[in-house]
Design a protein around this ligand. Sequence first.
Ligand SMILES: Cc1cc2nc3c(=O)[nH]c(=O)nc-3n(C[C@H](O)[C@H](O)[C@H](O)COP(=O)(O)OP(=O)(O)OC[C@H]3O[C@@H](n4cnc5c(N)ncnc54)[C@H](O)[C@@H]3O)c2cc1C
Length: 335
Amino acid sequence: MGDLSNFLQKHKRSFPIGLSGKTGMGYILTGGISPLSRSKGLAIDQIMEIKGLWGNGKEFHLTRPNRKKESILEWKALCGAAIFLGVITKVKLRTQPLRPILSWTANLSFSQLSECIKQAESWPNALSFQWIWGDNIFAHAVGEVVNSNHEAIIINLLEKLPFTSNRIIKKVNNMTSLPHLKLAHKKDNNTYHSEVIGLLGPAWQNNNLKVLKVIKDLIDNRPNKSCYIASQQLGGLTNSKEIDTSFVHRDAIWKPWINGAWEAHDQAKRNITLKWMENSWNNLEFICPGVHLAQIHPHLPWHQKELSSAFQDWLPKLQAIKAIYDPKNVMPTLK
Ligand SMILES: Cc1cc2nc3c(=O)[nH]c(=O)nc-3n(C[C@H](O)[C@H](O)[C@H](O)COP(=O)(O)OP(=O)(O)OC[C@H]3O[C@@H](n4cnc5c(N)ncnc54)[C@H](O)[C@@H]3O)c2cc1C
């Protein structure tokens, strides 16, 4: 995605890449939530044409349906669930004009995070809020600047956000130049392995403090310092139902994700971390009933649960489509 972004920059265009420039096609195929998605939509919303081979070896080449009523089941299946159905060899993507991006980063306390989330829930689509919680809470707000009047409005909103320390507001000209959302603690010399589960749910509104207290408790009891909980903001155009896709959680406003890590090759510590992740998911399910399958876990016992939370009522139809196009389960299982 970084290469795509840097290539487009030369042509004064941009694409809503995610928080890392290092991800590949999987970012686009699994939905693709960008800090710019509230004003641009998900990465799958930018797909105009898609080419590839189904799991059964047959070629396909589909173009984006014009209107919702033209809904094509295969298109819906591929936009968000392609990785279960076939190998994508080519996509034609919509791009947008390149505009400057304002970035606000700071360290926050518990109550400041609560206030920031409250403010972000009433922001215009041009702004989004991300945070990561380990030993400390680090937050990142991102806004695309349309013109100088708009810039003043965005800066005004950013200046209303509370913070404890290290507040930096800066303007960059490409998504790849944004600061990274990462933990501040010093890493030890161990190699860590990890799993990630991404959840999806509506605005927290009156549940704000309740959710943050749950997260604080989970963080206080995390197995080690490399485990954390973070979140991205959706809304705006990600809520658009213009074209049917396999990203069914179009009402989602927050995507908290749980990162569980353990010292490589230590099965006992792996089990403890996986238990912590499951417990975190169970505790957050009341506010985040959905799952974003950016990471799949066919090797873990919770795969069936993540599939049904990701695709809900659409799952049986998706499984029927897979039975036609990938009958031998060449691609990852949908069961
Ligand atoms: C540092 C970091 C930051 C991230 N930030 C975001 C973010 O901001 N927003 C977001 O939505 N997600 C984010 N993610 C999640 C990321 O988008 C997913 O993990 C995604 O699946 C990664 O795709 P990949 O191609 O890089 O990885 P891979 O592991 O190579 O692929 C992921 C899956 O996609 C399948 N796949 C890849 N290419 C194809 C293809 N051509 N045809 C069929 N299947 C294919 C693979 O088989 C695999 O199952 C982030 C991940 C990381 C590590």
